[in-house]
Ligand binder design. Sequence first.
Ligand SMILES: *Cc1c(COP(=O)(O)O)cnc(C)c1O
Length: 402
Amino acid sequence: MTESVDEGGTPALEGGRPVRGAFLPFHRAVIGEEEIREVVDTLHSGWLTTGPRTKRFEQAFAAYMGVGEAVGLNSCTAGIHLALVTAGIGPGDEVIIPSVSFPCAANMVIQQGATPVFTDVEKDTLNLDPDRFREAVNERTRAVIPVHFAGHPCDMDEILAVASEHGLEVIEDCAHALEAVYRGRRVGSLGDYGAYSFYATKNMTTGEGGMLLTRHEDRVDRLRMLSLHGISRDAWKRYSSEGYRHWETVWPGFKYNMFDMQAALGLHQLRRVDGWLGVRRRWTQRYDEAFADLDLLTPLGRRRYVGAAHHLYVILLRLGKLRVDRDRVLDALQAENIGVGVHFRAVHLHPFYRTRLPARPLPVAEWATERMLSLPLCPSMEEGDVEDVIRAVRKVLAYYRA
Ligand SMILES: *Cc1c(COP(=O)(O)O)cnc(C)c1O
């Protein structure tokens, strides 16, 4: 391997020279001229809030997903919250959540006065383990929020079987998995709800933003109403030329609506997601090949039946073979001018949850929390960037070999 020339090198953190001079950010979104023009057109149009572009983006998104309707929101977190509200989750209810995730789903369960029950994950994919899910269900359980972690679909047949046996609502967290396919079907339309994120680092972005799907068509009106203050009927049309309409509060709702400058970005980003996925798939293959002979890390596992969205490239360090911990490796990679991340330290270990909920050891999530590290994976990277990441990982890990 050509990389081996660098492997004897001293990491920059230990006084050596970094593998590259310019810092490679962990993520850099691709924003094209079309997006920029559409935002400017939106500004010129005079319609700044939720309006015609949001409608168009919702329709385009629903078409991409092969569903009837999609509800534009200002975040995925808002989508998960509205799903919980319209599913009727409240005090006394328990909601099962994999502990390896972003904390927002658990936070929203708390906001509803319900209790998140953190559950362990599969050792290879870090997705919700269907067996642990089954064990965690009791008579108070009302819902489950599987996360298609790193863009790899959960084992949905198993999860849906347990859910239907116990009458649970299934809210799919698709923040990483916009393009993901499970046994020929898009994730997000398999459960009761699918929530998507267009945060700046996701597979496509509107800066901040989100989308919610539900297979319950009779809940869509209520979702829209709740997303905009709980005001009655097509509130965004209330200042249009169709004549003045009174609006009324029919429920104490939220301020979760997507607005047209976000949709302006989303309309163009959505057209490009499949092309970008192809690039991330290529970089993933290159990482896989380059690390295949390295006994100091394990990439996440992949199942045959899935079309993964390849949102993250997560590696698990083999700490038994290293003389430093994960955080030292993070620092060392940053010193090589490679931006890295950690997705995600187990939520049940965060101070709020650790101190408020009964202790429940989750061995796989805790094991992964100490070992996980995410390498840059985005379509704005070029081949040379990918090779730099590979050289840095091999150099740093070889130096710290026990
Ligand atoms: C980013 C993320 C979210 C939250 O998305 P927002 O749009 O920022 O609310 C939810 N779940 C996971 C797994 C995420 O990575």
